[in-house]
Design a protein around this ligand. Structure first.
Ligand code: 13P
Ligand code: SF4
Length: 344
């Protein structure tokens, strides 16, 4: 596709969300990226939080963490460029050890940074024999300490698949509380202080959590919801399960990023509000122009926003940044990821 054709395609989809001057500039970049992608026999995976032009012009596969893990496992291309954050690109490498996995910028995540492999080993020592579920928003060495991974799209199914009265669920406090509420389990957040002995409330525990938080979703409040509903009583509100249980309870729907997209497409509300990274609202509007999306863009993910058209082009051009996972960690992490993928 040549630049003018790309510009026209982007204009048709994005004229209402992206200024024309930006569309012209990015159309040129998109053509260059797609040419490099072909030359290198690469596939570009894009998380739903990618900015709208990148998302609609150069990504071959879009989705939430679960869908992107599945597609990464199936690709026959030589190079995978992961437009998302580092833990997601690591999952692609864990599943494709012989392929080159590139990430345009080594973007972090507050959840992945909240826990180390040593923390998981300490929890396992304190609760011997209790199975460990880790959210995919963790680094490879943490996954390697786990029995099974989960995403926001399958957390409940993963928990219910384990035939154990008690589970360790790491590291997102709010996702854990939301899953505990859905499955009717009693959850605790223990101190790892060696001198502390289990107290009475720990005797009937069914879930053991960790106090990691997503720096984006933890900021949405019940007060935000009250204020938006007051202004727009007919609004349909969707919250990601990394939001607090109070925010999820005050919303109309909760699910993974792709589940939220499907819920918007499947309902007919006069307007919608997404309690998640703001770019996703732009992406939904572009694909569904008849949907009226309210914007709550004061909270952005600084990590997802590190990925740009420019560094995606440079990633293919200069083969950077190469994602590596040491083999002794990868072989342990892959069984936790594959066990999750088998659950569906
Ligand atoms: P999803 O798996 O729902 O796409 O979530 C990933 C993420 O980082 C949400 O903040
Ligand atoms: Fe991590 Fe939250 Fe950003 Fe997702 S939105 S990458 S969970 S900090």
């Amino acid at each position: 596709m040549e630049t003018e054709e790309m510009y026209q395609k982007l204009k048709t989809m994005l004229a209402d969300v992206v200024p024309d001057v930006e569309l012209r500039y990015k159309a040129e970049l998109a053509v260059e990226i797609n040419r490099l992608k072909k030359e290198r026999n690469a596939v570009i995976l894009g998380h739903n939080y990618m900015e709208p032009v990148l998302y609609h012009s150069v990504t071959d596969i879009q989705g939430d963490s679960l869908e992107l893990s599945r597609k990464a496992a199936e690709t026959d291309k030589d190079v995978i460029v992961f437009c998302g954050v580092k833990f997601m690109a690591e999952t692609a490498k864990i599943l494709n050890p012989t392929k080159t996995v590139l990430i345009p910028s080594m973007a972090g995540c507050s959840l992945a940074a909240s826990i180390t492999a040593a923390d998981v080993r300490a929890l396992k020592a304190r609760y011997p024999g209790v199975p460990v579920v880790t959210y995919v928003n963790t680094y490879a060495d943490v996954k390697a300490e786990s029995d099974i991974c989960c995403t926001s799209g399958n957390a409940r199914a993963v928990v219910e698949s384990l035939e154990s009265d008690t589970i360790i669920f790491l590291p997102d406090e709010y996702l854990a509380r939301n899953v505990a509420r859905e499955t009717g389990k009693h959850i605790i957040f223990p101190s790892l202080d060696k001198s502390a002995s289990p107290n009475e409330s720990e005797l009937d525990i069914q879930m053991i959590g960790w106090k990691g938080r997503c720096e984006v979703h933890e900021k949405f409040t019940v007060e935000d919801i009250r204020s938006v509903r007051e202004q727009f009583p007919d609004v349909y509100i969707l919250a990601h399960p990394e939001c607090s249980p109070e925010v999820v309870a005050a919303s109309d729907y909760s699910g993974s990023t792709t589940a939220m997209i499907r819920a918007v497409q499947a309902t007919h509300a006069p307007r919608y509000l997404l309690l998640t990274e703001c770019s996703m609202g732009d992406n939904i509007t572009a694909a569904n122009p008849e949907k009226n999306m309210l914007r709550l863009c004061s909270v952005r993910c600084p990590h997802m926003n590190q990925i740009t058209m420019e560094n995606t082009r440079d990633s293919l051009k200069f083969n950077r940044f190469v994602v590596e996972v040491p083999e002794e960690i990868r072989v342990r992490a892959v069984s936790a990821v594959q066990r999750m993928l088998r659950i569906g």
